[in-house]
Design a protein around this ligand. Structure first.
Ligand SMILES: Nc1nc2c(ncn2[C@@H]2O[C@H](COP(=O)(O)OP(=O)(O)OP(=O)(O)O)[C@@H](O)[C@H]2O)c(=O)[nH]1
Length: 319
């Protein structure tokens, strides 16, 4: 079988630095041939001009926002790229999709799982969000969309720290929205490629680098989107966990953006990994627990107005 092509989604609010980062990626020496899908919303294709000629192919979607009216346009663009490869007219090893600043990454992510050919031939590697250290605090308070972009991310790239003041309160806010994604400060897009590629955000793996939330006595800005971390120290019953997850999805799928967990299951030496994006959910057995490893179940749920009490109660009832 042909190896699926890794795809990276770049998201982030207007002016956060997505094009700057993409230009840096294209010009870096990584040996990859990169195809780009750009989404310019109601504009002339300026960004593709800025990107220069280093990409193998730049496809510009211009009939509106990538996440709503033009879902099929994205599908068609992805299928076109595959046709190019199959027909021998195109050769690339990686795809980067730059969303507009007003795009919700949810439907873009879903395209990689819902379309049979696209889900087989592409592997969604990760969602990278650019966050503007100067303006993000205000944007996050004003636009739930800006929170959703952070909520979906596997990596958070904080731009413009060279001209922003103290970024620590913003970093804490970002980590409350998304406890899974590490935050990297990057100036003028000069990110390390290791932080951007081979993220494997949508593969079942055990990379759950969660930061335990810290409590501060200050009044914190309200986020409609945030993450909760749940741990269980007793082994869980597999059938009961499945029942809890199915019920949570039935009741609250619209609130959940992403969730991921590493579980200790009763009477089984292996770790169970699960993850989901909105309504799409999968679980798989991983390796056995090691002797030297702390056995506990740990899960993170990221969503909009999460029913935190209900989720906590559902898992507490299993312990
Ligand atoms: N000082 C400073 N400026 C930056 C940095 N990153 C990006 N910029 C500037 O911020 C502006 C917006 O950057 P873009 O890369 O165009 O942002 P974008 O997210 O692609 O913007 P849209 O496509 O309009 O949503 C540009 O003028 C960049 O030069 C940074 O780290 N520091």
């Amino acid at each position: 079988m042909v190896k699926p092509l890794p795809a990276t989604i770049l998201t982030g609010f207007l002016g956060a630095g997505k094009t700057t980062l993409l230009r840096f990626i294209l010009n870096a020496s990584h040996g990859e041939k990169i195809a780009v899908i750009e989404n310019e919303f109601g504009q002339v294709p300026i960004d593709s001009g800025i990107l220069g000629d280093r990409a193998t192919r730049i496809t510009t979607l211009s009939n509106g926002c990538i996440c709503c009216s033009s879902a099929n346009e994205l599908e068609n663009a992805l299928l076109d790229l595959l046709d190019g490869i199959d027909g021998g007219t195109l050769d690339f090893s990686r795809l980067v999709i730059e969303c507009t600043g007003m795009a919700d990454p949810g439907p873009v992510v879903q395209t990689f799982f819902s379309h049979p050919t696209i889900s087989q031939r592409f592997l969604l590697d990760g969602v990278i969000v650019l966050v503007d250290a100067v303006h993000a605090d205000q944007q996050l308070s004003q636009f739930p969309l800006a929170q959703a972009q952070v909520g979906f991310a596997d990596r958070i790239i904080l731009s413009k720290t060279d001209i922003a003041g103290d970024s620590e309160p913003l970093i804490e806010r970002l980590q409350r929205i998304n406890a899974r994604a590490p935050v990297y400060k990057v100036v003028q897009g000069e990110a390390s490629l290791e932080t951007l590629f081979n993220v494997e955000g949508f593969i079942l793996n055990d990379r759950l680098d969660l930061k335990k939330p810290r409590f501060r006595p200050l009044v914190q800005p309200e986020n409609a989107i945030y993450s909760i971390v749940i741990t269980c120290s007793r082994p869980l019953d597999l059938a009961q966990v499945s029942a809890v997850m199915e019920q949570l999805l039935l009741d609250y799928a619209d609130s959940l953006l992403r969730y991921k967990g590493l579980l200790e299951i009763e009477n089984d030496p292996r770790r169970l990994l699960f993850q989901g994006v909105q309504r799409l959910y999968s679980a798989d057995w991983d390796r056995e627990w090691r002797q030297d490893e702390r056995r506990e179940s740990i899960m993170v749920f990221i969503g909009i107005n999460l029913p935190e009490e209900q989720i906590r109660a559902a898992f507490a009832a299993l312990e």
